[in-house]
Ligand binder design. Structure first.
Ligand code: AMP
Ligand code: ZN
Ligand code: FE
Ligand code: FE
Length: 283
């Protein structure tokens, strides 16, 4: 009985809901175990563990790292990692510093386009070190420049849009190595973002496995049934673990709910034991 949600963002990165409240929403949705996977930060994990202990929800420490393979952004989730590892802390601090190099340039572009925004306003709204484009989108929403985060991304923030600025990112192999160094199981997030299928998808996943990847996020809020089936097949052929999650962010993805995604997401609880066994073997 119950379900999993192994992909959740909180106010510790670019989500709009605090960890304890995410746990409460998970309880309502019938989630029995979950992972907090904030971008480049582990700050939300202790609050989630405490709330999980109270609500009877198992909390797997997690994280999400962005990497760049050629022109494609590849996100890697890490599960069961030692979130207090000091080497990891240094690497994450550098990733967050990279965000503070990029974000002010985005703000300059927006100002050049005539939008009255400052980075100080973004920082105040974010209230965390892991500041991302969704925070900028929220500021644009608050100021009435756009009516949704989607509009903010489409007009200004997405790759190719008017205020887009790239961020310096590790390669997938580096990100995977950093996760494994901290005892985390590296899993390819939302394979739909690769925009690949068939042989090219298989080759990309095989390359990532060579680099140390151990799983694929087969179940995801925006995967169509046919995509879920293909990702499951690739995971089976490459002997990779299967995971799943909603990628809940709160207000910047208002159609995505904890545990159920757009309503039809159901991540089977049977996926948890193999993931935990793999994490235990890495320790
Ligand atoms: P960043 O980490 O600053 O590069 O921002 C990337 C994050 O923005 C992703 O992880 C998504 O959570 C979010 N994002 C990307 N595209 C959109 C979109 N169209 N609408 C809302 N959020 C988005
Ligand atoms: Zn995000
Ligand atoms: Fe992602
Ligand atoms: Fe995510």
């Amino acid at each position: 009985m119950g379900r999993l949600d192994l992909h959740l963002h909180t106010t510790c990165s670019d989500g709009s809901v605090a960890p304890a409240r995410v746990l409460a929403m998970a309880k309502t949705a019938g989630v029995v175990a979950l992972a907090i996977t904030d971008h480049d930060i582990v700050q939300g994990i202790p609050e989630a563990l405490a709330a999980g202990a109270e609500l009877g929800i198992e909390v797997i420490p997690g994280i999400e790292l962005s990497s760049l393979h050629g022109q494609i952004e590849v996100h890697i989730l890490g599960y069961g990692l030692d979130w207090q590892d000091s080497t990891l802390a240094g690497r994450l601090a550098r990733l967050r510093a990279g965000r503070h190099e990029r974000n002010p340039v985005i703000i300059e572009r927006l100002r050049a386009l005539g939008l009255a925004v400052t980075y100080e306003e973004v920082l105040a709204l974010a209230g965390t070190e892991a500041v991302g484009r969704p925070h900028i989108a929220r500021l644009l929403m608050q100021k009435g420049y756009v009516t949704s985060a989607k509009e903010a991304f489409d007009r200004y923030l997405a790759e190719g849009a008017a205020a887009y600025v790239p961020r310096s990112l590790p390669t997938p192999a580096e990100a995977i190595g950093w996760l494994r160094d901290a005892g985390g199981v590296p899993v390819l997030a939302h394979p739909v973002w690769l925009k690949q299928s068939g042989e090219s998808l298989f080759r990309t996943c095989a390359m990532l496995k060579e680099a140390g990847l151990m799983g694929v996020e087969v179940h995801y809020s925006t995967h169509k049934p046919q995509q879920t089936a293909e990702y499951l097949d690739v995971a089976k052929r490459l002997d990779l673990l299967v995971t799943g999650g909603s990628d809940f962010h709160g207000v910047t993805k208002p159609d995505i709910a904890v545990g159920v995604g757009r309503g039809g997401l159901e991540v089977p609880t049977a996926l948890l034991a193999p993931l935990k066994e793999a994490a235990a073997r890495l320790r």
